[in-house]
Design a protein around this ligand. Sequence first.
Ligand code: CUA
Length: 351
Amino acid sequence: MNEITATPAAAQPPAGCGARSLAIARTGARCFFVAPALALLAGCAGERTQSALHPAGPMAADIARVWWILFAVCTAVFVVVVLLMLLAVLRRGGHDRFRSPLGDKFIVVSGIIIPTFILAPLLFLSLGTTSNLRMPETSVTIEVVGYQWWWEVRYPDFGIVTANELHIPVGEPVRLEMTSADVVHSFWVPELGGKRDLNPGITTTFWIQADRPGVFRGQCAEYCGVQHAKMGFLVVALPVNDFATWVSERQEPHPEPVDERLLRGREAFFTGQCHACHAIRDTGATARVGPDLTHIGSRLSLGAATVPNNRGNLMGWIANPQPIKPGNLMPPTYLETDELHDLTDYLMSLQ
Ligand code: CUA
């Protein structure tokens, strides 16, 4: 941090280099502090999303509380250690003014006894919080399956299948049963709770709860391949009545399209081979390679929270999703322009 002071006299550079070295050291010191400060400030800018320090549920609140206590204790320890280091530097010349009254016992007291008194309460705080995080009684169960690089979301009690979006009722703990179709993924909604891995061949259970309505962004938190960073999802927390409405609307069968354009779009879904990977309820398309599209028109995002869901993005995604999310498993779709428009309209109509 302060290389000039800490450099032994024998190692001092020749006098001619002194001013330049000092300038370089000062610039280095400035960068040392300025770069992290800018990075921290950058984190404050713009819309707040995915902040574990702005909890919106009981689990996240417990975790945030532990974080703030650890932060306060560690900051205090850091300050004391830095002060002691400065004392050591000042004593370098052999001054005895700062000699510890404890003598050699200082090592035992400050190296063993004090750390024990600091770390033991933190250990119990952490253990206590962990036991608080046990799954409470739940009324809603959601099955989540991780794929490279999207999330299948199933409501077994309601017969609803969707993707990359979890709708949950506010104020109620929701049980999650999670697994992976390929590699290890990790489910994390910083504003609602901690992380839980999704492992192939194993079902892990977890729970989340939101205490206020809102849309909370989640993120895969385990490196899982080239598009790991774009494996996001959204948790939409709805007041209990709105959640019930959402469920009943999703359960209603899609009416047969009357519009010629939508009928042509549905045909294009099959001629364009979309049904080889995607399912749409009540149409005979049942594949599970890619996300279920039964409610695609009502979803907020495309490509696992990569871009907002609107007609333009959807058409671009169907035509060729690779520029939006390079490496994803969906190939370009070769359709005539008219068919592409019709297909997009049809998919947007699927609420
Ligand atoms: Cu899935 Cu990272």
